[in-house]
Design a protein around this ligand. Structure first.
Ligand SMILES: NC(=O)c1ccc[n+]([C@@H]2O[C@H](COP(=O)([O-])OP(=O)(O)OC[C@H]3O[C@@H](n4cnc5c(N)ncnc54)[C@H](OP(=O)(O)O)[C@@H]3O)[C@@H](O)[C@H]2O)c1
Length: 253
């Protein structure tokens, strides 16, 4: 298949590109900095040309929490779907976050709105939802540790290796439009505090764990395991194993 990956230069997108290419597909990388297929989802620039002759789109783009997130994820997805439908693309694979509808934070509200745009759009679709990526957590801990602190809230996460999410996305591409949503999560459900301890042990960095109380509805939802899913498809690589490989943290949220 000819497959376009928007955000194909990002943390997840580059793994999706590698996975699809490894399976023998022809892959186009679309982003603002992509060398061949430069597109901007917040304006629609470059989309028509980049989608010409494409069979399926994986949308792995992301925007920084705030205004940028809505411009890329909600309005940008609408532009992408319209351009895809006009180009005759047969399948849109969206990427979302496990439990986004359960945790009332701004970024997650944007992800729920983005899912709605995909469901209501003109293109046959599938959505793969993932839990937090190992490089995201490693990035959060590394930034906090610069001030010799580590956030230690006690809500659980189920972090996942983005390479395994990429394989689940490639499966979804090959299966064709499901008009449905599937969850993919990591093998362990652990509190952020436990994950921070693991990060500190494995990196040898000096930092003090700081208890963090999260108030309100979002705090309650997080403590209830809102970002985890025991019924999801489960990856194999734990956070500790991923850290052992010495892979790079992500700078983005
Ligand atoms: N990070 C996590 O833990 C996590 C967990 C679950 C689900 N997800 C979801 O996975 C997806 C990818 O997230 P990620 O963390 O891999 O993102 P990321 O590393 O921040 O990468 C974002 C990608 O989007 C591109 N991009 C940004 N603005 C753009 C624009 N205006 N037009 C076109 N491309 C643009 C970037 O490339 P340029 O800068 O070159 O444009 C980059 O390739 C998102 O849907 C996210 O919600 C993430």
């Amino acid at each position: 298949m000819q497959i376009a990956v928007t955000g194909g230069t990002g943390t997840l997108g580059r793994e999706v590109v590698a996975e699809l290419a490894g399976r023998g597909h022809s892959v186009r990388v679309l982003s603002r900095s992509a060398p061949q297929h430069r597109v901007d989802l917040s304006t629609g620039e470059g989309l028509a040309a980049a989608l010409d002759g494409v069979d399926a789109v994986v949308d792995a783009a992301n925007g920084k929490p705030g205004r940028d997130a809505r411009a890329v994820l909600v309005d940008g997805t609408r532009r992408l779907l319209e351009a895809g439908a006009a180009a005759g693309v047969g399948h849109h694979v969206g990427v979302s976050v496990v439990g986004a509808e359960r945790v009332p934070w701004g970024y997650y509200k944007v992800k729920v709105a983005q899912e709605g745009v995909v469901r209501a759009g003109a293109m046959p679709w599938s959505i793969v939802r993932a839990t937090q990526f190992h490089p995201l957590l490693a990035g959060v801990f590394a930034r906090a540790a610069r001030a010799r602190l580590l956030p230690g809230p006690t809500f659980p996460l189920q972090p996942v290796d983005p390479r395994e999410v990429a394989a689940a996305i490639a499966d979804a591409v090959e299966a064709g439009p499901s008009q449905g949503t599937s969850d993919f999560a990591g093998p362990e459900r652990r509190t952020v505090r436990e994950l921070a301890r693991t990060w500190r042990e494995q990196t040898g960095r000096q930092a003090v764990l700081v208890p963090l109380a999260l108030p309100g509805a979002a705090g309650r939802a997080l403590r209830a395991g809102g970002l985890t899913d025991p019924d999801a498809s489960i990856g194999r690589t734990t956070f500790a194993q991923w850290l052992t490989e010495g892979r790079q943290p992500s700078g983005a949220l």
